[in-house]
Design a protein around this ligand. Structure first.
Ligand SMILES: [Zn+2]
Length: 386
């Protein structure tokens, strides 16, 4: 099995003001952990430099005037930096640009395209795109939530336009709802968008009754969850809502909006997932890719603002993509929540909304006996790494 790690140091040159959570150190930490593990030379892991997305590829999603606005804003910062030394400028709510942001953003959008090409040519099985700025909040004509271009949406359209795919599934486990992705594909049945997110929370969208419209009705699945939701609930949602919905949709490619801000150590999110929890959710997605689309899977970095959790989760996901099931975790288990969600009621309601009541997977993934044996005998997943 070969996994591509798509990364370019240009991503560190998109600068934000001091104190801003979306900072270059996030990716630096991830690379540092992967390097410390000796994985940059690991068998099966291929380091791929991303190409830049072309303006035409971005324009499949974004307005051309908006793309130009981002480019010009970055030029303006470069000019002012030469005069006053100021390195970063406010661009939109919470979102800043620096002299190299446009170049970084083109490659952040281009990284999953590089990955898709390598996968479709059979050169690699799957890929992790370690990019910034992130993308899932970006709208066709508006930056928001630290995002300039909608990387994962550009990737889905590229797979459809360049390879003739008819069904692409995006799984988004970032703690925030990917309002941009939802908007872009709300009426488009060629993309199934599935999101778990903290609610109420930024950006305020992603109610479970938002299910798409017109031809896209039913291809948006939102799972808003209260703060401090633990792995147990996430896992039930992934197994009993995502898995059957994915099987029914039968995607030809799976993209993941990989944000780790639902980690318990994250300073912005307030959810109770541990690194081991992220591993298990990611493994469910990998199992679905193996079952439904020959393992074709591209993970694209979104949020994640605890540097330790970023390092641990990125390394853990890369390890999982390579077929290994150990978590790299220095942070340990999530706190025990003070309340219990009635997961059965939540699942029943989601299955009702999405007409999955009574749906049985024809091809439920075969259980991994070794993994199950460990689960039965060993400590709970959240204790495995304590
Ligand atoms: Zn986020």
């Amino acid at each position: 099995m070969t996994t591509a790690l798509v990364y370019d140091p240009i991503f560190l040159e998109h600068l934000t003001p001091s104190g801003h959570p979306e900072r270059p150190q996030r990716l630096e930490m991830a690379i540092k952990v992967i390097e410390a593990l000796g994985w940059l030379e690991r068998d099966g892991l291929r380091l791929l430099p991303p190409r830049a997305a072309t303006v035409d590829e971005l324009a499949a999603i974004h307005d051309r005037t908006y793309i130009q606005m981002v480019e010009e804003a970055c030029h303006a910062v470069a000019e002012e930096q030469a005069k006053s030394g100021r390195k970063t400028h406010f661009f939109a709510t919470d979102t800043y640009v620096s002299a190299k942001s446009y170049e970084a953003a083109l490659k952040a959008a281009g990284a999953p395209l590089t990955a898709i090409d390598a996968i479709m040519k059979g050169e690699v099985q799957n890929a992790y795109c370690l990019v910034r700025p992130p993308g899932h909040h970006a709208l066709p004509d508006e930056a928001m939530g630290f995002c300039l271009f909608n990387n994962v949406a550009v990737a889905a359209r590229y797979a459809i336009d360049s390879y003739g795919l008819e069904r692409v599934m995006i799984v988004d486990y970032d703690v925030h709802h990917g309002n941009g992705v939802q908007d872009i594909f709300y009426e488009d049945p060629r993309v199934l968008y599935f999101s778990t997110h903290q609610a109420p929370f930024y950006p305020g969208t992603g109610h479970s009754y938002e299910r798409g419209e017109g031809a896209g009705l039913g291809t948006t699945i939102n799972v808003p969850l209260p703060a401090k939701t633990s792995f147990e609930t996430f896992e039930a949602v992934f197994r009993q809502v995502l898995s059957p919905a994915a099987e029914r949709y039968n995607p030809q490619l799976i993209l993941v909006s990989a944000g780790f801000d639902a980690h318990w150590d994250d300073p912005l999110g307030d959810m109770y997932l541990s690194t081991a929890g992220f591993l298990r959710l990611t493994q469910i997605i990998i199992d679905l890719a193996n079952l439904l689309c020959d393992g074709r899977l591209v993970m694209v970095q979104e949020g994640g603002y605890s540097l330790d959790a970023m390092g641990a989760c990125v390394a853990t996901c890369v390890n999982a993509l390579l077929g290994d099931d150990a978590a790299v975790d220095s942070l340990g288990p999530a706190p025990t929540p003070a309340f219990r969600i009635n997961t059965d009621v939540l699942i029943a309601e989601l299955r009702r909304i999405h007409q999955l009541t009574g749906y049985r997977m024809r091809n439920a993934p075969k259980p991994n006996i070794e993994r199950l044996r460990r689960e039965v005998k060993g400590p709970s997943p959240d204790e495995q790494n304590s």
